[in-house]
Write a protein that binds this ligand. Structure first.
Ligand code: URA
Length: 415
């Protein structure tokens, strides 16, 4: 029977809900072997899926696990956000507390870093004592009291996605719009929030390299949200260059704290934060004018401190960043020539941070929270030869030549 389903998709025919459900459930409970699911995934990659099939797939994936009802459990408007993944993307740490300060609950289930892209759980883990492996009740209590909480994706929510994603990663079947849309939206729809904002990253450091495919992904996710009557907005944001000045876990927490305190604000971080928070406030039926007050009153930063405290982290680390660790090694990266910086390619920067120890090369690797890159100069700046462009940090890597070579390949200087 699994053979017939694979064969039908290979021929480009549309699958029924029953057929999709049989494959998804069969694979999750071990009846369908990896080699048959791999073949089906490849057939989907090559032949695509109709909107209807993508909705069936999402529905079947959701029902392999537990479904939450966050609105009812938290007792107020809950807006979720999700980023398709980027380099230097610390937006959850900014927009979560910001929205909480505006009276909107942000219950966030997040993942770890993937390849050259960072993950919110890894960033938060840089804070001493911080726990994200919360029980369901701890999560609900944190969100009720702080307005914002982050927990790791649990094994009982959408288990089909965990197994399918691991297989996709090994079989070159990640880059398929119906597969990405169903993977992202199954996890979001299973939480029972009141609305979802999807930040679709576009450019060199993102899954979606061009605006056309980013728009297609946003549309596929919007169609899924509509079929569940889930209020939804997508924002397309730039991932041609890293977001903000910092890439690396403790560095990004520090940059998010500075932003929430209105200090050292990078214009690109401000622009992306504004568009995500405006979309989240819009879904919650609130005015965007609340944003400025949430920052200037210090309330957004207070929400972050409260959330960290409730999740057993040391809130003092948010003001004294040395408590997240001081990197043992530092090297300066200078401009090889004078001129205007025309590009800082995000993917190579993400890989450079990985080479410094900020991410995992394989599952189970330890992360160095102090590792990362701080950019003193960015796209559009004039630099002279030998001037410092970035600082590389690590406590685990003494030979920074690989990271240096990657930064060299990332940096483009025009005449
Ligand atoms: N993020 C996900 O959660 N799933 C995908 O398929 C791609 C990115």
């Amino acid at each position: 029977m699994f053979y017939d389903i694979i064969n039908k998709k290979r021929k480009g025919e549309a699958l029924t809900h029953g057929e999709i459900d049989l494959a998804v459930r069969g694979f999750t409970n071990g009846d369908m072997p990896d080699y048959q699911m791999s073949a089906l995934l490849m057939a989907i990659c090559l032949r695509g899926m109709t909107d209807e099939e993508t909705a069936y797939l999402t529905d079947s994936m959701i029902h392999t696990g537990r479904v939450m009802h966050l609105h009812d459990e938290i007792g107020g408007i809950c807006i979720d956000k999700h980023s398709t993944g980027g380099v230097g993307d610390k937006m959850t740490l900014i927009d979560g507390p910001l929205l909480a300060a505006c009276g909107v609950y942000v219950p966030k289930m997040s993942g770890r870093g993937l390849g050259h892209t960072g993950g919110t759980i890894d960033k938060l883990s840089a804070i001493p004592g911080m726990r994200t492996d919360l029980s369901h009740m701890e999560f609900i209590t944190t969100v009720r009291e702080a307005g914002f909480g982050v927990m790791s994706q649990t094994a009982d929510m959408v288990p089909a996605d965990k197994k399918m994603y691991a297989l996709r990663d090994l079989t070159a079947t990640v880059e398929s719009i119906p597969l990405i849309a169903s993977s992202v939206m199954s996890k979001k729809l299973a939480t029972g929030a009141d609305g979802i904002v999807l930040d679709v990253k576009v450019g060199d450091g993102a899954f979606m390299k061009d605006e056309h495919s980013a728009r297609q992904l946003a549309d596929a996710c919007a169609a899924l949200a509509e079929s569940y009557d889930m209020p939804f907005r997508a924002v397309l944001t730039d991932m041609e260059k890293p977001l903000g000045r910092c890439v690396g876990n403790a560095l990004e927490v520090a940059e998010a704290c500075d932003y929430l305190m209105g200090k050292n604000v990078s214009p690109d971080v401000e622009e992306v934060s504004r568009s995500i928070s405006a979309a989240m406030l819009g879904l919650a039926g609130k005015e965007t004018s609340l944003i400025d007050k949430a920052i200037s009153s210090g309330k957004a930063f207070e929400r972050f401190e409260k959330m960290v405290e409730l999740q057993h982290g040391d809130p003092h680390a948010l003001t004294d960043h040395s408590l997240m660790g001081v990197p043992r090694y530092e090297e300066i990266f200078t401009a090889p020539a004078g001129g205007r910086i025309t590009a800082v390619k995000a993917e190579a920067v993400g890989l450079a941070a990985l080479a410094l120890g900020a991410g995992r090369k394989k599952l189970g690797d330890d992360i160095d929270p102090t590792a990362g890159i701080f950019f003193e100069r960015s796209v559009g700046d004039e630099v002279s030869a030998g001037e410092t462009v970035a600082r590389m940090y690590s406590s685990s890597v003494t030979d920074m030549s690989q990271a240096r070579a990657l930064l060299e390949s990332a940096l483009c200087i025009g005449g």
